[in-house]
Design a protein around this ligand. Sequence first.
Ligand code: MG
Length: 489
Amino acid sequence: MAIIVTPEIKEIVKRYREIWTIRYSRSLLGWDMETYMPPAAFKERGEVNAVLESMVRRLITNPEFSSLVESAKPQNDVEKGIIRVLKRDLKYYTALPEEFLQEEERVKTEAFTIWREAKEKGNFSLFAPLLEKIVDLQRRKAEYLGYKDHPYDALLDLYEEGLTVRKCEHIFSTISKISHLFEKIKEKYPEKHPLEGMEYNRRFLERLIEYMLFTMGFDFSRGRIDVSPHPFTTNMGLYDVRITTRYEGRDFRRALMAAIHEFGHAMYEMNIDKELWATPVQQGVSLGIHESQSRFWENIVGRSSHFIDAFYKEMVVALPFLKDYGKDDLYTYLTLVRPEFIRVEADEVQYVLHIYLRYKIEKELIEGSLEVKEAPQTWDDLMEDLIGVRPPNDKLGILQDIHWAHATIGYFPTYAIGSMVAAHIYREIKGIAEGVKRADFGSIMNILREKIHRWGSVYSPEELLERAAGKKLDPENFIAYLEMKYLRF
Ligand code: MG
């Protein structure tokens, strides 16, 4: 790893320390908000966040700082990465007027409250006026940010650098194959598995999860695991990366798989090269690459017979009812495939279908070929086409996700990229598949650290993947992975 040698870039990194510090603090505040913050603090905390965000904006757009960034002549890959990332920040903060961002904040706050109510009542028409405002704001945002071919491109790029509609169409060219595969695979599975109903001892499951994460490489001196209703990962710096899971009392795979998923996110951040500490490239490069790491550990490692072999003894100690079920039964339980209305409940086979549905609706809303009031009908029709079930109400349909209420249109496709990149890594990077087969977590982690994690945001997501795997993302790898895993027996 080349270090920072150019004097101007040393100066930039020195000045960036203030921005880094605010972002570090915001992460910790965000973690607290999702875990232990008392409910009445919500509004006050929102105020603090807004002020901190405008401080970041001020520091980045500060004329001295921005002209240093604009005129920098980077000498090596790390320096190029630093300037690439800062130019993206700079573009974001200069393209969007302060009034626009404030308006977006106001609409988001209102939308979140109304969405919650609409979802509770299963009534989309309550939320529709807010969604109209949000779509309008996002279309304006795309105009401010600029794009070449499609307004949705401007939004996609916010979450996945370089992503466009054209690239999404390539990724989703596999949709009909996935839909057919799902059709075939679901026939092999029971509708319900008895292990879903088994109650567990929470303390025992917590210890089991800690033991598994430690064995797979989680560094508890630089991280911790807590509980939150929606599991997530927060990274402050390289020395403080936190994950959460949730315990519902039964169906232990939910707590276990959520923890392994977040573990994958956390390891990416923990393994970033220490040389990059407190620089603009000290973080995972994109949501898609991040999600590939979580899905790799959750689905490819965690939902494998090799994983079960590696931990079966400990699992039976923590979950004594497993004595009545063999390893094969446990594998069926962990890889159950059946139609789900809810995205976050979906197995790895149908998951991308749920994302494609959202991608299609978002794209059409942004280009203006679909109206908000028609969206629930489109949603239900697509569900029926792709997954074979029709949601009985909007709560199980279009109102299920928080993303649109948060105005994050363009975010969903990164989940599909995560699944596809995970399969690409598994099939293309030498040594990974062997490591999975031997449940050799150390060797898997070493390869991922060297090829992906340590680079932080030095390379763009596409360049990073190409350097790591030797070729561009090939969505057929995902199909091949699913066929090998689910159609062999
Ligand atoms: Mg994730």
